[in-house]
Every structure is written in C-alpha cells, then in structure tokens.
Design a protein around this ligand. Sequence first.
Ligand SMILES: *[C@@H]1O[C@H](CO)[C@@H](O)[C@H](O)[C@H]1NC(C)=O
Ligand SMILES: *[C@@H]1O[C@H](CO)[C@@H](O)[C@H](O)[C@H]1NC(C)=O
Ligand SMILES: [Zn+2]
Length: 163
Amino acid sequence: SVISRSEWGARAPKSTQTIGSRVRYIIHHSTGPSCFSRSACVSRVRSIQNYHLSKWDDIGYNFLVGEDGNAYEGRGWNIKGAHAGPLYNSNSIGICVIGDFTSSSPNAAALRKVQALIKCGVDSGNLTATYKLHGHRDVSNTECNGDRFYRVITEWPNYSRTP
Ligand SMILES: *[C@@H]1O[C@H](CO)[C@@H](O)[C@H](O)[C@H]1NC(C)=O
Ligand SMILES: *[C@@H]1O[C@H](CO)[C@@H](O)[C@H](O)[C@H]1NC(C)=O
Ligand SMILES: [Zn+2]
C-alpha cells in the first residue's frame, strides 16, 4: 500500500504527461535529512515537492520511500517523472529513498518497502517482467543514489549497470 497524494497533502501538478512503456526502475536518494515517522516523512515529501515545483511540473519522482517504512505516491505509475533526464524519464519509474545514503544504507524497513514496490509494479502490469533496475548514477553523471545504498541495489534482482 502507498500513501496517496491526498493523504500527504500534495499540491496540484502544473501539468502531466502520460508515461510510455515502463521497462526500468531508477533508484535515487533525496540527500538531506532522513525521516523515521510518518509525520516527519510527510513533511519531507511536502518540502521536496515545494522545491521541485519551483523548477518542474510536480515532485520529480514516481514514488518516495521513508525509513518509517512507508511509500509515498509522487507522480505514480502512469505519469512521466522528472528524475533521470529526457532519455529515461519516459520509460522508467523513479523511486527515491528519503535521506543521504553516501555512508550508510537505508534501514531494513525502507529497503523492504522499495522491494515490495518493485514487485507490485510487475504484479500489477505496470512494469515489464523483464525490467532492468539501475541506480541514478548508471544513467547520469551523479553520485545519486549514494555510495552505500548503490552497493545494496547492485545485489538486487535485475540490477544492470548498463541501461
Ligand atoms: C497499475 O497500477 C495501478 C495501481 O496499482 C492499477 O490500478 C493498474 O491497473 C495497473 N496497471 C496498469 C497497466 O496501469
Ligand atoms: C528479471 O529479468 C528477467 C529477464 O531479463 C526476467 O525473466 C525476470 O522475470 C525478471 N524479474 C525478476 C524479479 O527477476
Ligand atoms: Zn537521483
């Protein structure tokens, strides 16, 4: 289950574009503070949306996950995100774990939730079963999703260094 936009008090998007066929997951970290309770994570998600709305049409990610163990709906399964550049936004689902994971991994609750969301996308027919999984750094010149978290996802099913 995912905490919906109305549940976290999302602002309306400026505009939306339907996504194409979703063939990959791209994993991010937000940098900045972690959050360990629903109220703290809601406040982080709102502040990320406010920042992204100053540049883009909406919060950039399709989903966000907190160390409270919850997933928060960003643009969702059907709307093209703004998280990995024009080449990849149109065919990927971007999942961001809230916090900076350069020197520590997200906790077990967050990792479990990301993996549940990955499975849910495939089970619901939103992602192809042959999806690839990447860290943001695999598709762009960035440190995202943090050294420590990146090492974790390279062990996950369908991880691929090359897009
Ligand atoms: C995608 O996921 C949503 C929410 O779980 C679901 O309602 C929808 O049927 C799924 N499938 C497609 C192809 O969008
Ligand atoms: C991973 O990808 C392969 C083919 O590339 C596919 O057969 C498989 O179902 C995918 N999913 C998982 C969870 O391994
Ligand atoms: Zn990123």
